[in-house]
Design a protein. Structure first.
Length: 127
């Protein structure tokens, strides 16, 4: 009788671990988006070419970089800031995995976006 209780408890614990791993996988999804790398303090307010120098200064001063989606103006924390170390204040296209519940993204690829004036500021894929 004791053995059956132990096995039941072990089976329940294993199920819970499996379900939590499944739930974690469901909360993140791959995305591709265009936007600006700004700082956490200013966020969407400085998501433009005009705010580029300010974002660079703030990030260099210790503020955390964030990604501001150009289409929605949503501000996403970046869980791997080293991936955008060379892109403070830049307009970029990213490939990432987002966790909508935590409002974070893990960036896997960064590509510069050409400016709208017609001159190509693209530097290709940086990371």
């Amino acid at each position: 009788m004791k053995l059956s209780k132990i096995l039941s408890v072990a089976a329940m614990a294993g199920s819970m671990v499996g379900l939590s791993a499944f739930a974690a996988d469901m909360s993140s999804k791959p995305v591709s988006a265009t936007g600006w790398i700004t700082d956490a303090k200013c966020g969407a307010k400085m998501a433009s070419a005009a705010g580029s120098a300010c974002a660079k200064k703030c990030i260099a001063g210790g503020e955390k970089p964030v990604f501001v989606d150009s289409a929605t103006q949503a501000v996403w924390a970046i869980d791997n800031p080293e991936s955008v170390a060379d892109h403070a204040g830049h307009n970029v296209k990213v490939k990432a995995t987002e966790d909508a519940s935590a409002k974070t993204m893990h960036i896997t690829k960064v590509t510069m976006v050409a400016d709208k004036s017609g001159s190509d500021s693209s530097m290709g894929s940086m990371k």
